[in-house]
Design a binder for this molecule. Structure first.
Ligand code: PLP
Length: 386
């Protein structure tokens, strides 16, 4: 068959349906093991034990590999399990560079777990390329970046970072959770590995926790397959099925997510009670140009800061439609307070310095009617006036 366009691949990519029965959906193979015909005679030569491989999970893995344009995909029990498996590719005494606003869990697993095995790291400003290049000492074997990054939606030039990293023999790992392959394809921009918290937009309905990784080369695929089977934090068949189902509607969901986000961002940007707004789709956003070059649009995450004279607690209490919760990327709109929730581990002084003030609000824009979302934000801002 000829190469499918992206929106077709969302529905028919990877392994399409079930060839045995004609079922249009890949069945949930709820089994831990597979019968062998005789010693050393595996059926179809592949299925043996579901940690090593399961047909439902394999369909998801083939699908995400096709969507990201990689050699192979891997499904894990969570985004952190995917990131942990990727970090397990490295040796002790190696150093990993991290963008300074990387997801807190990625920082924590390096800082508190891998550091015990002498895998070291340092936090870098990945928007300052000249300074970044100086950090690639011979023991640096990888850099992990996110663009846009949480919560200030900082944009990193993925192509430029890949060029620098490859010049120094380091791998480029991109956490593509905020964009998904529909809006941004890091492997095509030069990255070697893409990771996802599929809990967010790929699942899309706030009903599962899952992680995915996609690698560019056969060599990396063989290594990661070995780690996945050895460490074993695999995604179960039920969740693999749910994730395949979520991915089918990725494009239509994201089109609406982004339409709503752009609408709310425009309104917030023109509101005198909003002191600052961070949205990569606004021409005023630092990194707007780079984001336009490497992604389809600004995505659907917005952060903003209320002006003085507003009580942030009252704001959160007054929201009626938009829920205060961790996570993002579901069909329902969610807000969070980075200073006390996602970024509470960072000392206040450091937080304020990098822009994560006590008045900062992060909004994951859902696919509800945008007029209702606007009305909810508007009344909550009014109610929060001191
Ligand atoms: C949520 C998230 C993770 C962690 O994923 P889990 O599925 O919660 O383990 C990693 N990276 C980013 C950018 C995230 O938003």
């Amino acid at each position: 068959m000829c190469k499918q366009k992206f929106n077709t691949a969302l529905i028919h990519g990877g392994i399409d349906g079930d060839s045995r029965t004609g079922a249009v959906n890949v069945p949930i193979y709820q089994t831990s093991t597979f019968k062998q015909d005789g010693l050393g005679e595996l059926r179809e030569g592949i299925w043996e034990y579901s940690r090593t491989g399961n047909p439902t999970r394999a369909a998801l893995e083939a699908l995400i590999a096709q969507l990201e344009g990689g050699e192979a995909g891997f499904a894990f029990a969570s985004g952190m399990a995917a990131i942990t498996a990727v970090l397990s590719l490295f040796q002790s005494n190696v150093k990993i560079l991290l963008s300074s606003n990387v997801y807190g869990g990625t920082f924590r697993v390096l800082d508190k777990v891998f550091s015990r095995f002498n895998l070291t790291y340092s936090l870098e400003d990945t928007t300052d390329l000249a300074a970044l290049e100086k950090e690639f000492t011979p023991n640096v074997k990888a850099i992990i970046i996110e663009s846009p990054a949480n919560p200030l939606l900082t944009i990193t030039d993925i192509r430029a970072v890949a060029e620098i990293a490859h010049r120094h023999g380091a791998l480029v790992i991109v956490d593509n959770t905020f964009m998904t392959p529909y809006l941004q394809q890091p492997l095509a921009l030069g990255a070697d590995i893409v990771v996802h918290s599929a809990t967010k937009y790929l699942g899309g309905h706030s009903d599962l926790v899952a992680g995915l990784a996609v690698v560019k080369t056969r060599e990396l695929a063989d290594k990661l397959a070995f780690v996945q089977n050895s460490t074993g934090a695999v995604l179960g068949p039920q969740d693999a099925f749910l994730l395949i189902r979520g991915i089918k509607t990725l494009a239509v969901r994201l089109d609406r997510h982004v339409e709503n986000a752009a609408y709310l961002a425009d309104w917030l940007a023109g509101n005198l009670e909003v002191k600052k707004i961070y949205y990569p789709g606004l021409t005023s956003h630092i990194g707007y140009e780079i984001n336009q070059q490497q992604a389809k649009n600004g995505g659907a995450m917005i952060s903003f800061e209320l002006a003085e004279g507003h009580d942030i607690r009252k704001f959160f209490k007054s929201l009626q439609l938009i829920a205060l919760a961790e996570s993002l990327g579901g069909v329902e709109s969610l807000v969070c307070h980075p200073a006390t929730m996602t970024h509470a581990a960072i000392p206040r002084e450091t937080r304020e310095k990098i822009g994560i003030t006590d008045n900062l609000i992060r909004l994951s824009v859902g696919i509800e009617d945008k007029a209702d979302l606007l009305a909810d934000l508007k009344q909550a801002i009014e109610e929060s006036r001191i």
